[in-house]
Structures are given as structure tokens and as C-alpha cells.
Design a protein around this ligand. Sequence first.
Ligand SMILES: NC(=O)c1ccc[n+]([C@@H]2O[C@H](COP(=O)([O-])OP(=O)(O)OC[C@H]3O[C@@H](n4cnc5c(N)ncnc54)[C@H](O)[C@@H]3O)[C@@H](O)[C@H]2O)c1
Length: 246
Amino acid sequence: MRLANRVAIISGGASGIGLAAARRFVAHGARVVLADVDADAAYAAAAQLSAEGAEAIGVEVDVRCYNQVKAAVALAAERYGRVDILLNSAGGNAARVLGRSGPFHELDIEVIDWGLDVNLKGAVYFCHAVLGAMIEQRSGVVINMGSVDGVTGCGSPDYSSAKSGMIGLTKSIAILGAPHGVRSVCVSPGPVLTRPAMAKMRTRLGRAAEPEEIAELILYLCSDDAAFITGANYVIDGGRSVGGPY
Ligand SMILES: NC(=O)c1ccc[n+]([C@@H]2O[C@H](COP(=O)([O-])OP(=O)(O)OC[C@H]3O[C@@H](n4cnc5c(N)ncnc54)[C@H](O)[C@@H]3O)[C@@H](O)[C@H]2O)c1
């Protein structure tokens, strides 16, 4: 029980890595708030976790809307009394999510806006909304989902720059939070099998990660075992970013 009685808000918690992390969190005694733009999926995931004996609620949040972000944090505080963990997992490749394709410079600017806003601005909004309460209670952990693309630049420019921004956000929150017992860590995965297509991405280890492998790292970073870790970027990519010819 590494997270006994802690309360976690997970943006993008209705699926993929966010949901896998939620599962690890509740298995270790946490209560979770699944904040996702896909309301039905968030409610269904929370209902499933609750049916398995966990304390979980789903809430509809578009991370691009600050009032919805703020309302989700207020709901967590009202329902569970505090917020100990924020996992910013909402995100994805904008062109894929929006069903557009084409060279970067030919994409509609709305696609670029989605890539920047969901992958970075939403996380900044959530940090803004939770940090006051974490400072007041003198504890808290923020985990930002980056990507190996944010380290290498090998992604669409909107995605890579947003994910690099998650590293900067992590460092800033680490600096602001440290005097108040608040930690912040970025997790930058390589390909993860939240979609079958990710199996085609090359890594040194010759495979993509299971979402649970990323969730296990997140669990560790949120736990007191990681009490001396803040401001760091954890690359978990099967060696994809080490460079050199394959
Ligand atoms: N899967 C990978 O290979 C991989 C690799 C590196 C980084 N990541 C990052 O990990 C995070 C999770 O990815 P995943 O593979 O689990 O994706 P996923 O699509 O399974 O989950 C993303 C979740 O975010 C939600 N979401 C999308 N837009 C939103 C918005 N505006 N407001 C709130 N929620 C919104 C979706 O509804 C979905 O539930 C993302 O930030 C992604 O960029 C994923």
C-alpha cells in the first residue's frame, strides 16, 4: 500500500496510460478522479474500478478549459478532502486524434492548436489549479507525461515542442514546490501499446512497452520511495532515443 489514502487526479484517466496508472494507484490504496474529455469513458472506467472495490469517480474535463480543470480539482477536494497526486496524461498526436494527415506546414492551424493546447497548456492549467492546495498541505506530487519525441524532436513539431515543454514545466514546478514538500517529475515514454500501431515503432529492445510498464514507473515516482526525486525527466523508451544506426 504505497499510496494509502492518497487522492489522485488523472487527466486523460479514461484510457491508456492514465487508466493503467489509475489501476496501479487504487491497488495501492489511493482514491482516484478520472478527468477526461470522453465523459462516458471516464464514468465507465470509474464505475468499473468502483465495482472492483476502489474509490473512483469520473468527471468530464476538457483540459483546454480552465474552468473545467478548476471544477475537477474542486470536486476531488470536496469528495475526498485533498489532492495528493496530479498525473497529467491527457494528450496525443493531434493529426492522428483529429483524423487529419499531411506535412506539418500543411496542417490546419486548429490541428496545431490542439497539439499544443492538449499536450502542454492543459497540464499547465492543472498545475495552476492544484499547486495552491499542495503547498498549503505541504505535500504533493505532479507527474507530467512527456514523450521521447520531446527529447529527440522526432515527432510533429507541435507534439515534440509540447512534450519538451512538459520537461520545462516539470522543472519549474519542482523549483516552486520544493520548499513546500511538493515534487514534480516528467515521464517520457517511447512507443506504448495503447494502440496496436505502436508495435511498429522501433526501439533497441525490439518491442513497444505495455501501458502497465509505464504505470509501474509512475507509481514508484508518486510513492515515498521516490521522496528524493524531483525535477527529473524519466525516459522509458526501450532505448529508442540512444541514437546510432539500428
Ligand atoms: N502511447 C504512446 O506510445 C505514448 C508515447 C509517449 C507519450 N505518450 C503520452 O502519454 C499520454 C497518454 O497517452 P495514451 O497512449 O495513454 O493515449 P490515450 O489516447 O489512450 O489516452 C489519452 C486520453 O486523453 C484524453 N483526452 C484527449 N483530449 C483531451 C482533452 N482535451 N481533455 C481531457 N482529456 C483528453 C482521451 O480521451 C484519452 O482518454 C499522452 O500524453 C501521450 O502523448 C504516449
